[in-house]
Design a protein around this ligand. Sequence first.
Ligand SMILES: NC(=O)c1ccc[n+]([C@@H]2O[C@H](COP(=O)([O-])OP(=O)(O)OC[C@H]3O[C@@H](n4cnc5c(N)ncnc54)[C@H](OP(=O)(O)O)[C@@H]3O)[C@@H](O)[C@H]2O)c1
Length: 266
Amino acid sequence: MTSASSDPTTTTSAGSDPTISPGDAKVAVVTGASSGIGEATAKELAAQGFHVVVGARRFDRVSALAREIGGTAVELDITDQSSVDALVAALPRVDVLVNNAGGAKGMASVADAVIDDWTWMWETNVLGTLRITKALLPGLIASGDGLIVTVTSTAALEAYDNGAGYTSAKHAEAVLHRTLRLELLGQPVRLTEVCPGMVETEFSMVRFGGDQARADAVYEGLTPLIADDIAEIIGFVASRPSRVNLDQIVVRPRDQATSRRNIKTG
Ligand SMILES: NC(=O)c1ccc[n+]([C@@H]2O[C@H](COP(=O)([O-])OP(=O)(O)OC[C@H]3O[C@@H](n4cnc5c(N)ncnc54)[C@H](OP(=O)(O)O)[C@@H]3O)[C@@H](O)[C@H]2O)c1
C-alpha cells in the first residue's frame, strides 16, 4: 500500500460532480467522521496509508479533517439513498468500509417511548448501515481484499432500562453485520464488529438534545474510553493479514462492567 500523502485532498458534495483521486492508495470509507470515533478512525487509517473518504452531514467538519489527513470529504447522509448513491458514483475503488455513523436519541421507558426518537435511531443505525453497506458491497468484493468494520455497541449485546430504542437498533445493526459474515463466506471480504462500552464523544450530547450538563453527568465519577481507544482497535483490525478475521471485539472502560453496572452504580 502506498501513502496517501502525495494525493491531492479533494472535497465532494452530494449532487455535485465529484472526483476522488486516491492514486495507488487503498481507499477506506468512514461514515460519521465529523466527530468522535469516526474522526479518530479516519486519522488512524490515514496514518496507515489509506486514502480515507470521510463522510458526514456536517460537511465543514469533514472538509477540515480531509485537509488534515490528505483524504476526501463527502457530504453524506446515510438515511438518504441519493446521498449514498452520489458517494458510490464518485468512488473509483473501495477496500475498507467503517460503518460508524449512528447514535442514540433520548432515554425513555418503553411505556413512554418517543416514536420520533425510535425512528431516528432505526433509520440511522440500522437502515443507514444497511443502505451504505449494500451500496459498497460490490466494490468491496471487487477489491479482492475487502474489510467491513461495523461499530455497534455493548448495547448490541445487552438491554438496559430506558434504552430499548437504542439497544434494539444496535441489536438489529449487529444482526445485519453478523448475517453478512455468513453470507460472504468464500468471498474476499472480512467483517469485524466492534462493540464499545462508554466512550466520551458527542454521543451523549446528541442523545440528550444538546444538554451539556446531562451529557457531562454520564461521564462524571468514572473514566470512560476515548475515541482514540476505539480508533486504535480498528487500525489493528485493518492491519491484520487478509487471512485473519477478528469477528467481534468487545471493549469497555475498566470502570464499567456491563451497560447496567459501573463504579457509580455499584
Ligand atoms: N460514545 C459511546 O459511548 C458509544 C458506545 C458504543 C457505540 N457507539 C457508536 O459509535 C458510533 C460513533 O459514535 P460516537 O460516540 O463517535 O458519537 P458522535 O461523536 O456523536 O459521532 C456520531 C457520528 O455519526 C454521524 N452521523 C449521525 N447521523 C448520520 C447520518 N444520517 N449520516 C451520516 N453520518 C451521521 C455524525 O455526523 P453528522 O452529525 O455530521 O452527520 C457523527 O460524525 C455510533 O454508531 C455509536 O452508536 C458509541
